[in-house]
Design a protein around this ligand. Structure first.
Ligand SMILES: CC(C)(COP(=O)(O)OP(=O)(O)OC[C@H]1O[C@@H](n2cnc3c(N)ncnc32)[C@H](O)[C@@H]1OP(=O)(O)O)[C@@H](O)C(=O)NCCC(=O)NCCS
Length: 186
């Protein structure tokens, strides 16, 4: 059974096929694809359907947990947060996007904090890390607000739309989380 998480303003629940249209509308923005590593552009509904259809199997295989970020007030889909799990090393990579209309309201940080807490407390993982393109400081700011530490820069690490780009890496290990947990919302 895939989990649902709650925060002050948000409900994080599994995506269903009914979300395909909403995902397409939010992820279709060029700004989302441009700042992530694996979202194609242009983006159409069949891609959303195919992506959502992978979630349950990936959850059952212990590979990932992907949450639709929705508003508690009316259920509006505002974004996504996911954990890509490496069981061998007891760690997960955190990834996220927020629909552009909802940027700057703290939703990504609030949802990600709940996902990080879930990774340590419910899943018992040892580490959560995240990576962002150097030219995407908003994502780095989310990582900082989660209490993650900057671990380094991976130079020329990805080829994004024909350009070799650097990635910043942030991480949080279990003892840091336990010290900071009371202050991490979610
Ligand atoms: C990165 C992203 C997920 C942030 O979502 P969000 O819901 O707006 O995030 P939050 O509101 O929780 O926090 C954003 C923070 O970035 C800050 N920020 C925004 N633009 C910034 C910029 N150009 N430089 C530095 N900080 C910036 C905001 O001020 C805020 O920090 P604050 O609370 O200290 O003011 C969203 O911009 C997005 O989806 N971008 C495209 C996809 C993407 O980048 N995904 C992550 C890939 S690593």
């Amino acid at each position: 059974m895939r989990p649902t998480l709650q925060t002050e303003r948000l409900i994080l629940r599994p995506f269903t096929s009914d979300d395909a249209e909403g995902v397409t509308a939010l992820v279709g923005a060029r700004e989302i694809a441009a700042n992530t590593l694996s979202i194609p552009h242009p983006y159409d509904r069949s891609m959303a359907e195919a992506w959502i259809a992978t979630h349950e199997g990936a959850f059952e295989r212990g590979e990932s947990r992907v949450f639709a970020v929705t508003l508690r007030t009316d259920g509006t889909l505002v974004g996504c947060v996911g954990l890509a799990i490496d069981q061998e090393h007891r760690r997960a990579e955190l990834g996220y996007w927020t629909g552009m209309a909802y940027w700057g309201r703290g939703y990504c940080t609030e949802a990600s904090a709940a996902a990080v807490r879930h990774a340590f407390e419910a899943m018992g993982l040892h580490k959560v890390f995240a990576r962002h393109l150097v030219r995407n400081p908003a994502s780095g700011r989310v990582m900082q607000k989660l209490g993650m530490r900057h671990e380094g820069t991976l130079r020329g690490h990805v080829l994004k739309w024909g350009v070799h780009e650097d990635l910043e890496v942030y991480g949080l290990v279990r003892d840091e989380f336990e010290r900071a947990a009371p202050h991490i919302a979610g």
